[in-house]
Write a protein that binds this ligand. Structure first.
Ligand code: BGC
Length: 768
């Protein structure tokens, strides 16, 4: 009996002491990630696999830390009991996007609007792009975000893509090199970048469902190549799958794309997230290795159901969770960074201004029209002279404090701007805005209403009366676009009103021996061949961020010597574009499929190989000075592993300036056809003073010689003679040399995946 009582007492003591020592709960960062995952309930796992959703944003991330995510794109879930912090993901390619006045907080958050990606790649200056990335990333850090959803490196396949302004180029080497520099810059702050949109998001029409049908060769050489370069060179923390389908499958559901190519071949070890509401099947996304579903919510029940009913292997979920947690461990928020809400906006404005000026292209400059010489009074025509367009619309927008108009920038620089025109145009702009208000346009439409409104019609008398009092006329042509829609051919062309304005102003000013300059404040390529003969000079200013108007004036008055070069071709007419008849897709009114039947012949690869004249070729751009190229030397005339090319560039003109040196390679095409030449390397000189020279070094590795052979799914460098063409543009070739590759080389064998889900005939030089 006594024994029994003793046992009972011991048992009770045991229970008491057991319940007094709470079970240890593994903590992220302190314990193994596997143990943290092993402690999660199924519900917690599913929560973490997706963002918090868009409907009920919680303003406050947790009680201790007031983090405003208003205006940011999304955030991940937090699980405090496991030490899992949330992370904030923000757009975008031209700088951080957040709300200026976050709800409930007495702070103002302006961000810097940097030049759009197209303008940045126009610099051909990777160092500059890296610096811009550093400044952008600093704003991400100091405003309490963890990831910038940038860069976007999709190919400019067709000038009508509504998002081209967010992208870099028609060429994968430029896209890849610019993207890699941007990622380096952003991530140097200890925040992440998200390389997007993987892959082939070159159409906005029906973007959430359209099926891009692309050959394996075009995919490898054109659409995947830039992503491959960025992933291998700069290791972005995260990558965003695109909305579209590719050869039948949503990219976010494609195991071959995300696992076989990205992770297995390229060794990407970061996090993959979906684009916002992208894809359809959460289980397929999980299986493909699309770890995080953004912005989250709608798939929660689907995944819970799949897990409970064993429709998905929990190990797959755990694998994805491990990548999410590995990412969270790197974030400033996890590390407890005390952000200041006070980035150095002044310093960033200067970076933005310099980048803007270097990202503009002087397309025409006859009889030394530019830079200004004894010009005091300017007549500014075109509504965009009074309403500058800093950037495009959508997630690529930035909420900046102020961007002066071209009109204001001239005034600020001490020029006399024609007051009569200023009044006429400002009244016109006010009336457009008023009509929008009276008709209750939504605030978003209202914001851009002026950009989309037809240009003001001026009578010849109104124009003629400006000639006497002004030394020169400037006409600004504006265009805007944004995600979700592609541009129309009518938007590519200038309207009759615009063309008439250019003609009338040119005739009026020329009759008094006065010059006319056209400034293009646009996001994507437009027609130029049917009006470019009228003005004396044309400056392609792109949408160059908040400092763009100042940068325009810097160039026009000669404070900055233009050094931008086109990262895409300007065709003579839209019908010349290789994808003109297939864009956006079929059926034309509501496309389901987009057949990329131009294959590898995108941009200059097409115009050069098929001898189609362009208005301004790829790589083109004028300067206020001249450069002489000389003394090309190759490390060897027989290729083995790599060839180093050295050459000299000398500024032979009167003013200082920078030059972009472009290396095009003409490869032998006995076994498979190839574009007549392809950009394989480029470099930008430092600022060269008049008379100064610089030695430029360019390197060709084995991969730069190779093309993709579909039949053996390999990158192959074909034996024979390779011609090196060093140019100031793709047509202005200044130096040539060649080397031999004695034996055909299989450079790399890859998986034969992502084949088109329907047959189509690709464009070929042999059938033309
Ligand atoms: C865009 C992405 C963007 C995301 C979050 C999507 O509509 O396609 O580029 O990052 O929204 O704003």
């Amino acid at each position: 009996m006594k024994k029994k009582i003793l046992l009972g007492v011991l048992l009770i003591m045991n229970i008491v002491s057991y319940s007094q020592t709470p079970k240890y709960i593994p903590q992220l960062g302190k314990d193994k990630i596997e143990d943290v995952i092993g402690t999660m309930t199924i519900e917690e796992k599913v929560y973490l696999l997706m963002g918090l959703g868009d409907a009920n944003w919680r303003n406050v991330i947790n009680e201790k830390e007031t983090v405003i995510i208003d205006g940011c794109a999304g955030r991940t879930w937090d699980i405090p009991r496991l030490g899992i912090t949330p992370s904030v993901l923000s757009d975008g390619p031209a700088g951080l996007r957040t709300d200026i006045h976050p709800k409930g907080l007495d702070i103002t958050r302006y961000c810097t609007a940097f030049p759009t990606a197209t303008a940045l790649s126009t610099t051909w200056n990777t160092e500059l792009v890296e610096n811009v990335g550093m400044a952008m990333g600093n704003e991400v850090l100091e405003y309490g975000s963890d990831v910038l959803l940038s860069p976007a490196i999709n190919i400019h396949r067709n000038p009508l893509c509504g998002r081209n302004f967010e992208y870099y180029s028609e060429d994968p080497l430029i896209s890849g090199k610019m993207g890699a520099a941007m990622v380096r810059g952003i991530q140097s702050n200890g925040v992440g970048s998200s390389l997007k949109h993987f892959v082939a998001n070159s159409i906005e029409t029906n973007r959430k469902s359209i099926n891009a049908v692309i050959s394996q060769r075009a995919l490898r050489e054109i659409y995947l190549r830039g992503f491959e370069l960025v992933v291998k060179e700069s290791k972005p923390w995260t990558l965003m799958a695109s909305y579209n389908r590719l050869n039948g499958l949503y990219t976010s559901e494609s195991y071959d794309l995300i696992n076989t190519i990205l992770r297995n071949e390229w060794k990407f070890d970061g996090l993959v997230m979906s684009d916002w509401w992208g894809g359809e099947d959460a289980v397929a996304q999980m299986n493909a290795g699309n770890d995080l579903l953004m912005p989250g919510c709608k798939q929660r029940e689907e995944l819970l159901f799949a897990l409970k009913n064993k429709l998905i292997d929990e190990k797959t979920i755990d694998r994805n969770l491990k990548r999410i947690l590995t990412f969270i461990l790197k974030t400033p928020r996890y590390k407890g960074y005390a952000f200041s809400n006070k980035p150095d906006l002044k310093a960033h404005a200067l970076i933005s201004r310099n980048a803007a000026a270097e990202g503009m292209v002087l397309l025409k400059n006859t009889k030394g029209t530019l830079p200004f010489n004894s010009i005091k009074h300017v007549a500014l025509f075109g509504k965009t002279s009074y309403r500058y367009i800093a950037g495009g619309m959508g997630s690529g927008e930035v909420n900046f404090k102020n961007a002066s108009t071209i009109n204001e920038s001239f005034n600020n620089n001490g020029y006399k701007v024609e007051k009569q025109l200023e009044t006429i145009y400002n009244q016109f702009i006010d009336s457009i805005k008023k009509t929008a208000n009276d008709n209750h346009y939504s605030p978003n439409n209202n914001k851009f209403i002026v950009d989309f409104h037809p240009e003001l019609i001026l009578t010849k008398e109104q124009i003629n009366s400006q000639v006497k009092n002004n030394d020169l006329a400037i006409i600004t042509i504006g265009r805007n676009s944004g995600e979700g829609n592609d541009r129309k051919v009518e938007d590519f062309s200038l309207t009759n009103i615009e063309k008439q304005l250019i003609q009338d102003v040119s005739e009026a000013f020329h009759s008094a021996n006065k010059k006319v300059v056209v400034v293009l404040n646009i996001g994507g390529v437009i027609a130029t061949s049917d009006w470019r003969d009228y003005p004396d000079a044309i400056l392609l200013a792109w949408q160059a961020g908040q400092e763009g108007a100042n940068a325009i004036v810097d160039i026009l008055v000669g404070k900055v010597n233009p050094s931008g070069k086109l990262p895409m071709s300007f065709p003579m007419k839209y019908a010349d574009v290789p994808s003109a008849t297939t864009f956006p897709g079929e059926p034309a009114d509501n496309p389901i499929n987009a057949i990329y039947n131009e294959g590898i012949y995108v941009g200059y690869r097409y115009y050069d190989s098929f001898k189609i004249p362009t208005a301004y070729e790829f790589g083109f751009g004028l300067s206020y000075t001249q450069f002489e190229y000389s003394n090309i030397q190759l490390s060897s005339n027989v290729f083995k592993d790599e060839i180093i090319i050295k050459l000299n560039v000398k500024n032979t003109g009167k003013v200082e300036g920078k030059e972009v040196v472009q290396l095009y390679l003409h490869a032998p095409d006995v076994e498979i056809e190839k574009p007549v030449q392809e950009l394989r390397a480029f470099a930008k000189t430092k600022t060269l003073k008049s008379g100064e020279s610089q030695e430029i070094t360019l390197i060709l590795d084995t991969r730069s010689l190779a093309s993709f052979w579909t039949n053996i799914s390999s990158w192959v460098a074909e034996k024979g003679t390779y011609e090196i063409r060093i140019g100031s543009s793709s047509k202005d070739i200044r130096l040539k040399s060649d080397f031999e590759l004695p034996e055909t080389l299989i450079v790399e064998k890859v998986h034969s995946v992502l084949y088109p889900n329907r047959f189509f005939k690709e464009l070929s030089t042999s059938t033309k």
